[in-house]
Ligand binder design. Structure first.
Ligand code: C5P
Length: 201
């Protein structure tokens, strides 16, 4: 059985940064599962039907330059509410989790649906304002035309849709360790995650 770390939580809570850092630290493969939904959403914006977009997803689709835009994030969360779309993406994620040498997967439903047997489950969260501020700075830094208000509104809309949907709603698994990063530096958050994973190895 391979060693799997499941990291879930809302947008811009620090999941991505923590996942990359712990994957590197422990030599585990890393899959940002949000990219699967973003790439599917981007293809729907191109005109494909959601299920076809998910079923025919190719590795190159995950490398598109537009995956970090607000429009694609919204489209991702819309397609992510469709059960058939989620089902089409399960096998790829589970196969990734089974890799020899272990893997870190981050998303919304990794600990609850994709890898309920994961050795470690973290639910990384932070207050709305802290998350919106982080995301605003990231988007501004990469040259996007956004305001703090629009980023906060988009984030809240997306979190609401992700948590109320019937198919694999965003929520901590019962056995997840909740890590609130609102008042933590990146280094502190990574150090906490490393300690939790180390204790499970
Ligand atoms: O994590 P990221 O912000 O890139 O995810 C984009 C969207 O993809 C989320 O808002 C959510 O709707 C969806 N998603 C999901 N399940 C996952 C990962 C992402 O529903 N495991």
């Amino acid at each position: 059985m391979s060693f799997t770390v499941a990291i879930d939580g809302p947008a811009a809570a620090g999941k991505g940064t923590i996942s990359k850092a712990v994957a590197e630290r422990f030599g585990l493969a890393h899959l940002d599962t949000g990219l699967l939904y973003r790439a599917t959403g981007a293809r729907v914006l191109d005109g494909l039907k959601p299920l076809a977009a998910a079923e025919t997803l190719q590795a190159d689709d995950l490398k598109r330059d537009d995956l970090r835009t607000g429009d694609v994030a919204r489209a991702a969360s819309q397609v992510a509410a469709i059960p058939e779309v989620r089902a089409a993406l399960v096998a790829f994620q589970r196969a990734f989790a089974q890799r020899q040498g272990g893997a870190v997967l981050d998303g919304r439903d990794i600990g609850t649906v994709i890898c309920p047997e994961a050795a470690v489950k973290l639910y990384v969260t932070a207050s709305d304002n802290v998350r919106a501020d982080r995301r605003y700075r990231e988007m501004k830094a990469s040259g996007m035309d956004v305001t703090p208000e629009s980023v906060l509104a988009d984030l809240r809309e997306r979190d609401a849709r992700d948590s109320v949907r019937v198919a694999a709603p965003m929520k901590p698994a019962e056995d997840a360790v909740v890590l609130d990063t609102s008042l933590m530096s990146i280094d502190d958050a990574v150090a906490r995650a490393v300690a939790i994973i180390q204790a499970a190895m």
